[in-house]
Design a protein around this ligand. Structure first.
Ligand code: GLC
Length: 482
């Protein structure tokens, strides 16, 4: 009994200060570190943009970019069209296997993108779904494949839907400029509410019909394609966490009254957490997010980041959704992005865009497999590691640590085959080249810096990794960097 009490006290001591660092926003608290742990350890995930837009082969913004009438665009979802989104080669087991081969630990699939076409079965009367067009719930098949393989499951969901003219004119008084030529009309306000009702209904379906989901990846929070996600939270969120007089708070049937909040309705994140207490959420619904997002190819620079964060980018530089003209990142680029993220405590979510049949383009497959081969050797310096104990130097090098080891990642920009480790009091036991496992000689200098010599820069030209073994745990040195 006394032992049990001690254990509980220890657990509390361990948890409380960490939990206290997490923030509460709109009445929903960020997940504690204990729930974030898998995400922190995972480092590398597969993003998949797949939907009707694949038929056109010009990326997922095709409908909007061309300003097409929706009825024309959506023909590509139906067999009558001949050339359509048939998903006939869709084999999610293969996708999961590819992600595993690439060394990825989680996956995020576009369950619905901005075009409003759902890859799952929805009972919302207005929805257009793969269940209707193909008689298949593609999300259910994806979930099954992930779960079978122990792969963490993420759902991307776009809150906005271009199907609704009200999206560009939520108040029905002033339409935002748009490619569809939509001008203002009073009925758009009702239409915007319908869009919102569909969002709540569908998210409830996603959160209740597929078992435990690990990650909800919001997108498209910005209203009328203007401002940012946070600006639009008043519209999407509402409910108990917002101003109770907010006119957008309504009864969508699915929200349920929260008795602890004076009879007001749950907001979108309140609902998500009600059904999925352990789910993580990104920062793009207007809610603060359990982790921050950074999108695109901008070079990653600066010190180790204190928050949980994820960089997302597409392997095909021409689009997230399938494009006929592929322009795929090289292995060199993928490794450089991944290492630069990891030495700053982030994750990389790397996107593929399968075609209308469900085939991932060969160039994308090739570079993923190459990345997997590299991770096979470099993985122990990546997975489960913590950035640090020192800040990286842009384009030159950075550090990760695990248990009693520190890994030095020498990037392409670092020249020479000698490296001086910053001053430290801890005792080094040995030093290796991680790839060849060859011992490297080193000397401890009088100022406590350590000079490592004869480094083979060809063992990997994009990321030479030195493995330094200490006589004590080095990861705890990073507690501040979490
Ligand atoms: C942008 C785009 C979208 C893409 C997303 C991925 O928000 O609108 O098409 O899915 O980025 O991060």
């Amino acid at each position: 009994m006394r032992k049990l009490r001690l254990l509980i006290i220890l657990l509390l001591l361990n948890q409380l200060p960490l939990k206290a660092q997490r923030i509460s926003d709109m009445g929903v608290a960020q997940q504690p570190d204990s729930v974030m742990q898998w995400f922190k350890d995972a480092k590398f995930g597969l993003f998949i943009h797949w939907g009707v837009y694949a038929v056109y082969g010009q990326g997922e913004w095709y409908l909007y970019n061309k300003g097409l009438p929706y009825k024309n665009y959506i023909k590509a979802a139906y067999p009558q069209n001949g050339n359509y989104f048939d998903a006939d080669k869709y084999d999610p087991d293969k996708w999961v296997k590819l992600a595993q081969d690439a060394g990825m630990k989680y996956m995020v699939l576009t369950t619905r993108h901005h075009d409003g076409f759902a890859l799952f079965n929805s009972h919302f009367p207005n929805s257009i779904t793969s269940q209707q067009t193909l008689g298949r719930d593609l999300v259910a098949e994806y979930v099954k494949a992930c779960r079978k393989a122990g792969m963490r499951i993420g759902f991307y969901y776009s809150v906005l839907s271009w199907r609704f003219p009200g999206y560009f004119d939520v108040n029905g008084t002033e339409a935002k400029p748009n490619h569809f030529g939509i001008t203002t009309a009073a009925w758009h306000k009702q239409n915007a509410l319908l869009m919102k009702a569909e969002l709540y209904e569908q998210v409830k379906e996603l959160m209740t019909q597929y078992g435990q989901i690990d990650d909800i990846w919001w997108d498209g929070g910005w209203l009328g394609l203007q401002g940012n996600d946070r600006d639009a939270a008043y519209f999407w969120e509402s409910g108990k966490y917002r101003d109770p007089k907010n006119e957008w708070a309504g009864n969508y049937g699915v929200l349920g009254i929260d008795s602890t909040a004076g009879g007001r309705y749950l907001g979108i994140m309140g609902m998500v957490r009600k059904y999925q207490p352990y789910i993580l959420s990104n920062a793009r619904s207007g809610w603060i997010g359990d982790y921050a997002n950074e999108e695109g190819y901008a070079e990653i620079k600066g010190p180790i980041r204190k928050e949980y964060w994820e960089k997302c980018l597409s392997l095909d530089k021409n689009g997230w959704g399938y494009t006929k003209k592929q322009n795929v990142l090289s292995l060199r680029e993928v490794i450089t992005f991944l290492v630069n993220v990891v030495i700053r405590n982030g994750n990389l979510l790397l996107n593929v865009g399968p075609d209308q049949h469900g085939i991932i383009p060969q160039d994308q497959v090739t570079v993923l497999k190459e990345t997997g081969n590299w991770l096979h050797k470099a993985g122990e310096s990546i997975y489960g590691a913590t950035a640090g104990p020192w800040d990286p130097v842009d384009r030159q090098y950075g550090f990760t640590s695990r248990a009693n080891k520190v890994y030095v990642h020498l990037l392409e920009g670092y020249k020479g085959n000698t490296f001086i480790l910053p001053a430290l009091n801890d005792r080094i036991i040995a030093c290796y080249d991680l790839y060849t496992k060859k011992k490297l000689s080193y000397t401890v200098n009088t100022d406590k810096t350590v000079t490592i010599r004869n480094i083979d820069r060809n063992s990997n030209q994009y990321d030479t990794i030195l493995e330094i073994v200490f006589n004590q745990n080095m990861e705890t040195k990073n507690e501040d960097n979490k």
